[in-house]
Write a new protein. Structure first.
Length: 572
DNA sequence: GCCGTTTTCGGCCCGACTGTTTTCAGTCG
């Protein structure tokens, strides 16, 4: 059973327990378990009880429930909870400004158990009879219902980055020195963001007004002395925090999260007789302030080195920091080449020379040209004859152009049965072969996994491209046993790709970390189809950093000579 | 429900804003 399915079960249990007014710490335990399971790269159903129990936050009860889900495919506890409420009631919790207490009362006192029922009741003015609910709240709920219907959930992180950049530009206005920093899930580099959080250092309340007056604002959700929230016309919520300069470090830390990281950090503070909040670090007994102006200072007050935001997910980063074992994360400047790009020979929009020059201008030392293969007719894929002719042209261009090394490659389709789309003797002529799935996405897991394993076992395949095939918000990953794939890649010395296209980001962070842990080399590729696409590498880097990858784990941080030596080196 | 270099019981992160309150409950991050 997929980890995300199990995570959803625990998350629903948390919501339902909250509606029942259960012990908040029990609720938190289930939500923590949901986070942990969702962020684990390997299937938790494959772990032994002892391995499960060894994960902090997973205890006896949760481990037993994971086992029950693995064995029976369902969970009696969740079923019992769902008998107490209509299944549609959880939708009500997704409404802005509506929380568990309100939902529970709406259901108990008015029998409201769905968004539709709430909408009718609010429209008819039947809510204002309840204590604590007035006409204004009714209007807010109607608005929240409309927004809920319009919203498509979370936004891709690169889009949110653009929105945040534009907003920051607006806030700076005539003061280019104004310090505006994205925080929250955006700063941590999460692949999707539910909102855009910005932090401004200063004391001038005018910046809050500037924020709510931004032309892209649809409506103001709230505004006080230190914070304001707006809903943008794009449907994204944006939050601004204004903090005094002496507290910027503590505020950056606090608002970057994640929640799990912050809770652990505060716990550490309390253990050391300190209190940590968004204004600083204080002595518990005297209240004396000991840190807060900069983020490294805040971590130092807790006897920790600075922890990069991408690691702050409660996945062992504090323990690693405590023992001086934090990874030296890969960064964009470590990338020396790109191993996946297309030209007009298949479905790219720029020709060979233009792509080569653009790669050079993007600071790359080498670029592999990897067109589609013939079965992708829609993309003008190449057969063996065209592949070899194109390889000759690539090598000619390589000889002609200074400052960039071109590698002759292919993105070869993996056919339904796992065979490669081009003959092995043709592929063996090339410098690099990326193999990818582009068809028959609906195969069952066993069939799809065997298909990919066969490709990995081929002696001419160097890299598996976008290994799960997902398209964010459009297409789920195809059903592949990722652990088997990673195991096979490790055994055969085949690299797995982090594809930097904004709707792919595939491998995802959890899987890339698993690949690292199992000794599989990773490559970070643009999958460029145009000259500006090398910019996308920054998003692949974000995924890699969230996966704890260091330069040594990433093949295309090597020189071209070292890269060539590393390809197919484990084959016979 | 989880966890333990003081604990196997008794704790568990903290503050701002809103609406409906006249001192606060609920929600959010």
């Amino acid at each position: 059973m997929d980890n995300l399915v199990i995570a959803r079960v625990f998350s629903e249990i948390g919501d339902l327990l909250e509606l029942k007014g259960e012990n908040p710490f029990k609720i938190r335990a289930y939500r923590t378990a949901a986070d942990i399971v969702g962020q684990t790269g390997e299937r938790v159903t494959d772990l032994t009880d002892a391995e499960l129990r060894a994960i902090p936050g997973i205890g006896k009860t949760v481990a037993t429930k994971i086992r029950e889900l693995a064995d029976t495919g369902q969970l009696a506890f969740l079923k019992e909870l769902l008998e107490e409420f209509p299944p549609t009631i959880l939708d009500l919790l997704r409404l802005q400004g509506v929380g568990p207490k309100t939902v529970a009362r709406l259901y108990r006192e008015l029998g409201i158990g769905s968004v539709d029922a709430l909408e009718s009741a609010a429209a008819e003015g039947r809510l204002r009879g309840l204590r604590g609910l007035g006409a204004k709240k009714e209007q807010l709920m109607l608005r929240a219902v409309a927004e809920y219907r319009r919203r498509e959930g979370r936004f891709p992180m690169p889009d949110v980055q653009d929105i945040a950049d534009a907003l920051a530009e607006h806030l700076r206005g005539t003061d280019p020195d104004l310090q505006v920093t994205p925080v929250g899930s955006l700063r941590r580099g999460c692949e999707t963001c539910g909102d855009a959080d910005l932090l401004v250092a200063g004391t001038d309340l005018a910046v809050l007004e500037r924020f709510t007056a931004y032309p892209g604002v649809d409506r103001v959700l709230g505004r006080g002395e230190t914070k304001a929230s707006v809903l943008l016309t794009s449907g994204l919520q944006a939050d601004l925090r204004l903090v005094p300069p002496e507290s910027v470090g503590a505020a950056l830390q606090y608002f970057t999260g994640s929640k799990a990281h912050n809770i652990a950090l505060r716990d550490r503070a309390v253990q050391r007789g300190l209190k940590l909040n968004e204004y600083g670090v204080y002595q518990l007994d005297t209240g004396e302030r000991v840190a807060g102006a900069t983020e490294p200072e805040v971590y130092a007050a807790l006897a920790l080195p600075f922890i990069p935001p991408e690691l702050r997910e409660g996945r062992g980063e504090i323990a690693a920091a405590d023992t001086d074992a934090l990874p030296h994360l890969v960064s964009r400047s470590d990338l020396r080449g790109d191993l996946h790009a297309h030209t007009t020979e298949s479905d790219g929009r720029a020709d060979l020379d233009a792509m080569a020059i653009a790669a050079r201008e993007a600071g790359l030392e080498y670029l592999a040209i990897t067109e589609h293969s013939k079965s992708l007719a829609m993309a003008n894929g190449l057969d063996e004859r065209r592949t070899l002719a194109h390889a000759r042209r690539i090598r000619e261009a390589d000889a002609r152009l200074d400052g960039i090394t071109l590698l002759a490659g292919i993105e070869c389709d993996i056919l339904r049965d796992g065979a490669l789309d081009l003959a092995e003797d043709c592929l063996a002529e090339l410098d690099i072969v990326v193999a990818s799935v582009h068809s028959a996405f609906s195969q069952e897991e066993r069939e799809m996994t065997d298909r990919l394993l066969r490709a990995v076992e081929s002696p001419v395949v160097d890299v598996i491209g976008h290994p799960t095939g997902r398209l964010l918000r459009r297409r789920d990953p195809y059903r592949v046993n990722i652990e088997e794939l990673i195991g096979a890649a490790a055994a055969h010395g085949v690299a797995l790709e982090i594809n930097s296209q904004v709707d792919r980001l595939d491998l995802c962070d959890a899987h890339a970390r698993l690949a690292r842990d199992r000794g599989v080399p990773v490559v970070i590729n643009s999958d460029a189809h145009a000259t500006n696409a090398f910019e996308l590498l920054r998003w692949g880097i974000v995924v890699a950093r969230r996966a704890w990858l260091e330069p040594e784990h990433v093949l295309n941080t090597r020189s071209v000579a070292a890269l060539r030596a590393g390809l197919r080196c484990n084959r016979n």
